[in-house]
Ligand binder design. Structure first.
Ligand code: SF4
Length: 389
């Protein structure tokens, strides 16, 4: 048994997880409340390794925001603009195709496309965009739109959500993005994203998509006005839908970014908070294969550490990120494959380039073992001393 666990208050949860048991919401809350980050990390690492072995993945992708005009004004959002603002934008299909063409030269396999709820672009703008991108390269995977965008498009097109998704799928949509989940509890949504879809609507869009054979990711925006119990409730609802559809390929926890928006948050997420959130997500979501440490929000250094706290993916090259950076993220706009591979190898994992569905495209060489290793006998003495200390 890991020596961090042996004397930990979390030992019973560790034993339950090792035995293949599913932890309860009360146990998830205990995990969130513990200060024993080492033991929490050890449990999450066990759960991660059981799912994915020693691999950690990344994707070569590009983000495109087609427009930042939005009819809503979510309090936490630094990205949206009104038509009267001087710095709003909307891209033509040709401009989006050009961005894709340039990125294909860098080897991307995925375009990740989201925008605000544009007041006037017709439904055909979205289907034409998907078709034009597929015409450019049919192998390019199109991961597009949040649940609220789908509801908006359905409203624009005067179609049901199901019919809207069927038509987007026929035009080339391959995966929904997970954005917009925020925190599901109604009172929290009122404070940070008034006017946005309810939890039920978010989950229903993903449920409908999954039932059409589609897959998607999901998210949780943490570190603003929610409580730890709210986070557990959020994960509970995601686990329940996953039990029903098995359509989520991964969870991407998103640390709240505090700048340029209307929510006064004195203590945005720390490194400790991010690591415990990733770890609890991994342990509680026993029906998810992948947990992503989103480097844009965490910074690459913490994302790398998170690979030992339940995460098995550090997301992608991205190339051009607006949403987190307009909210004050200090990370760079892009990562190179080389930097991500290096970060994964240093963490002792085998780097895997993945596709949109977290399936391996290329498995790279694992890190070479360190030149000087700890003598196993010394390590045993250390462990015994700690156990009896
Ligand atoms: S979070 Fe999305 S829906 Fe809300 S204001 Fe920003 S762009 Fe619009």
């Amino acid at each position: 048994m890991n020596f961090f666990i042996r004397r930990s208050e979390l030992r019973d949860i560790y034993e339950k997880v090792v035995a293949g048991g599913r932890i309860s919401e009360a146990e998830a809350l205990r995990l969130f409340e513990t200060k024993d980050l080492n033991a929490l990390g050890a449990i999450a690492d066990f759960a991660r390794a059981k799912k994915v072995g020693n691999r950690a993945s990344f994707i070569v992708n590009r983000y495109v925001n087609y427009s930042n005009y939005c009819i809503l004004s979510c309090q936490f959002c630094s990205f949206a603009r009104k038509k009267r603002d001087g710095d709003g934008f909307e891209l033509s299909t040709e401009q989006i195709v050009e961005k894709a063409r340039e990125a294909l030269k860098l080897g991307i396999t995925e375009l990740h496309i989201v925008g605000g709820l544009h007041p006037s672009l017709p439904f055909s703008y979205y289907t034409d965009m998907l078709k034009a991108l597929k015409a450019l390269d049919s192998r390019l995977q199109l991961k597009c739109f949040t649940a609220i965008e789908i509801l908006h498009l359905a409203w624009l097109a005067k179609k049901s959500v199901e019919q809207t998704l069927i038509e987007l799928k026929a035009a080339g949509l391959e995966s929904l993005t997970g954005g917009g989940a925020e925190i599901f509890r109604k009172e929290v949504r009122e404070q940070i994203a008034r006017g946005k879809e309810s939890a039920e609507e978010y989950l229903d869009v993903h449920r409908t998509w999954h039932k059409l054979g589609g897959r998607s990711t999901c998210t949780m925006l943490y570190g603003h006005v929610e409580t730890l119990a709210d986070r557990v409730d959020h994960l509970r609802q995601l686990r329940a839908l996953q039990d029903e559809t098995h359509g989520f390929v991964g969870l991407v926890p998103l640390p709240y970014q505090p700048e340029n928006n209307g929510i006064p948050v004195e203590h945005p997420p720390t490194g400790f908070d991010s690591l415990r959130t990733l770890a609890v997500s991994r342990i509680y979501l026993d029906n998810f294969d992948h947990i992503t440490a989103y480097w844009v929000g965490l910074g690459m250094k913490l994302a790398q550490v998170a690979l030992s706290y339940g995460a098995d993916d550090i997301h992608g090259t991205i190339i051009e990120e607006h949403i987190f950076h307009m909210a004050g993220a200090g990370s760079p706009q892009l990562q190179t494959e080389t930097e991500m591979i290096k970060a994964i190898r240093e963490a002792g994992r085998t780097p895997v380039q993945r596709n949109t569905f977290y399936e391996p495209i290329k498995i790279l060489e694992a890190a070479a073992p360190p030149a000087a290793t700890v003598n196993p006998a010394h390590s045993k003495v250390l462990e015994d001393n700690l156990a009896t200390a």
